[in-house]
Design a binder for this molecule. Sequence first.
Ligand SMILES: *[C@@H]1O[C@H](CO)[C@@H](O)[C@H](O)[C@H]1NC(C)=O
Ligand SMILES: *[C@@H]1O[C@H](CO)[C@@H](O)[C@H](O)[C@H]1NC(C)=O
Ligand SMILES: *[C@@H]1O[C@H](CO)[C@@H](O)[C@H](O)[C@H]1NC(C)=O
Ligand SMILES: *[C@@H]1O[C@H](CO)[C@@H](O)[C@H](O)[C@H]1NC(C)=O
Ligand SMILES: [Zn+2]
Length: 807
Amino acid sequence: TDLILIHSNKLNYTTLDNKHIARLIASGNTHTHTHYLVIQLNGKLSRGRYQLYTEFTGELADDLAGLYRSEYEEEGVRKIVATSQMHPTHARKTFPCFDEPAMKAVFYITLIHPIGTVALSNGNETGQFAVTQTKFEPTKKMSTYLLAIIVSDYTHLYIRIWGRRAAIEQGQGNYALNVTGPVLDFFQSYYNISYPLSKSDQIALPDFYFGAMENWGLVTYRETNLLYDPVTSSIRNKETTATIIAHELAHMWFGNLVTLRWWNEVWLNEGFASYVSYLGADHAEPTWNLILLDDVHRVFSVDALVSSHPLSSKEDSIILPDQISEQFDVISYSKVHRHQKDLMYYMTGYLNHFAYSNMIGNDLWQHLEMAVEANNVSLPHPVYDIMNRWVLQMGFPVVTIDTSTGKVSQKHFLLDPDYEWLIPVRWMKSGVVQRNIWWLMEKEVVNVDMKSGSSWVLANINVTGYYRVNYDLGNWERLLSQLIAEHQVIPVMNRAQLVDDAFNLARAQLVSTNLALRTTSYLLVETEYIPWQSALNNLDYYYLMLDRTEVYQPMQDYMKKLVTPLFLHFKNITSEWTHVPDRLTDQYNQVNAIRMACTTGVTECQKLTTTWFKQWMDRPQHNLIHPNLRSAVYCSAMAAGDEAEWEFGWSQLKNATVASEASKLMSALACTSLLCFHRYLSYTLNPAMIRKQDATSVITSVASNRVGQGLAWDFVREQWEYMFTQYGVGSFSFASMISGVTARFSTTAELQQLKEFEREHSAAGFGSATLALQQALERTTANINWLQQNKQEVLDWFNSQTGQEMH
Ligand SMILES: *[C@@H]1O[C@H](CO)[C@@H](O)[C@H](O)[C@H]1NC(C)=O
Ligand SMILES: *[C@@H]1O[C@H](CO)[C@@H](O)[C@H](O)[C@H]1NC(C)=O
Ligand SMILES: *[C@@H]1O[C@H](CO)[C@@H](O)[C@H](O)[C@H]1NC(C)=O
Ligand SMILES: *[C@@H]1O[C@H](CO)[C@@H](O)[C@H](O)[C@H]1NC(C)=O
Ligand SMILES: [Zn+2]
């Protein structure tokens, strides 16, 4: 060839040659979509080894991609961190390279940096030459996206948790330090491979687009995800810290040691890391009894759309950087197949076999098959046959059980009925777990003797399978009666699942909306977190669709009635709000109780939160509101308050030294019912007011307020071009911004606006939000239909539930 193609983005070349004297015909951004630097040589290369020598410059911009600039203030002094985010396609913005995960290499890194700063990278420091030059041990053989280089004046703890000096001195890194040891120990024994590197650094950055990034040996985090302040952070913050650390450390083996071959199989890295992160966090915090349900519900909701995608697609369908970014969605992260748990025990041989290289899904199935045979496990189908159906087909099945005929069958939920899975169905009858598992396959129907009578059948025990379940009406009625009579007979996970399945089956018109709403009636006697959370998640959709209509008030009245006993329950078990409940799930549900009671107008709740907030305003140095309750209390006080509350909240946000506290204030400011939205939205374009990393979350918070929704959408429409160019490079969050501001769309006028928006900006494009925009269009159309078909029924139902006692 006489051409060299190498990835390069936003770099300016001052010297580019080799011993054969190349002539540069194109450079830098010539191909802005593919990021190729194209070097035309004078003659053809022949077989042999060549060196390419380049000198180049790039800007240390605040664009959160490649090697970039992050700033913060400490003791009145403005400080700068030079840090990096290479994943997935930004190493090329730092230096020219073959920026593909399968092209693994050993990297030799030396950094020249200002006096008084410390330089970090993936490897251990091997020496410091003068005070300004740090050299690192060569890395292991690894992918470009895992590189990290950071220059800062940070300080650190032992095992090295790095952060702003003030934050580390205040002890905000201690919790991360405490969990890192146990989590690493757990993974070493789980994978049966010792930690592959000679050191482990974790660092918290003021400006960081993603939650965290698993750079090998130097993991980077958003401050809220690594730092934890026992005085102001909530138990939820603590759980987030533990699970995200566990997720990133899981990658030190799965993802870094063994890497996906190409970005069409992101789930290989992310799905498994998400799955085992719960095991790691559970090991570090055994009393929490962590659960996976939130994840499952989130992915169900996206995976039910026509615009969903299979876990795995063709390699050559994912080429451009934007297409790569788009792969990192909830499906790749959370479509965990919990029924494959048993197979997971055999992962070790697999990891050893592919260490320091790459893999594809089929390699995994082959290895699991060998392990299954070696261990004499009997499966009715080959591993690849079971697994490929989950990976290559998008969506998931609904299993229908007809207790009157004994027939059990499957069908693709919502979509193409031709898809089929191989499903192990675990079930119980009238509270007794049944031993025999139904392997539901192909189009066939399993005929089972259910001897129904007055007994009921419940499938997908503890929600270990990735599917929904529907029943004949008689069985649904018996299940509802059981919930009202003695709900504890049904496992708590399944109480949550019955609600979630019913609401989603109703969306797909497989059961009536009425039936779905009736599953919430028993919540009058429910105090457990998971079923409540499940109901609230589903009713969220009803709020989105109906909170600008006449259904709003009857719905609020009904919810007020449901939540009042829960509010009193927590008042009781916390001895009038003076104690913290012991169980993690109770701590979470206490937040739900307060949030719902206050927003539905329980006077006692509103008094409570405004009093607490007033006390804080009177003595800003003494915030006595319990950290767990702060989000709910701030939001409630902001909704009830006026300018004084808002200004106070804003000044506390500007003054906050703990990132998680700032983040609570940031969403609470969007709870106001005043029209401060304009000002707040405009701050998102000014990094001195709202950090770039937080801009989308502020915009979506405003949009989630029924008063702010329209303004947020107008704002996004007006500013799209500007945001896209200013914020485009490192961002995944355009997708969540589009879904956020369009979540309420349910009228033909809004659909029209969305189509116009698509047309108007088709030239600039939508980058990583392209898929999200398609989903928004699809969702809006579905919402319009849903409203037409259900509004009256829902209004009637809520009306029938209030003004009379319910039992
Ligand atoms: C890595 O560096 C640290 C600090 O300089 C040192 O304590 C440790 O022994 C080094 N580890 C290896 C394997 O060189
Ligand atoms: C379901 O989960 C609960 C704990 O959440 C456990 O006690 C029970 O044994 C599980 N049931 C089955 C059949 O796995
Ligand atoms: C309050 O809690 C106590 C025990 O913790 C219980 O006996 C009592 O019934 C509860 N009262 C209410 C109204 O829930
Ligand atoms: C801001 O924080 C500083 C230091 O924590 C404190 O002294 C000051 O009073 C705070 N200002 C307000 C308005 O709370
Ligand atoms: Zn990950």
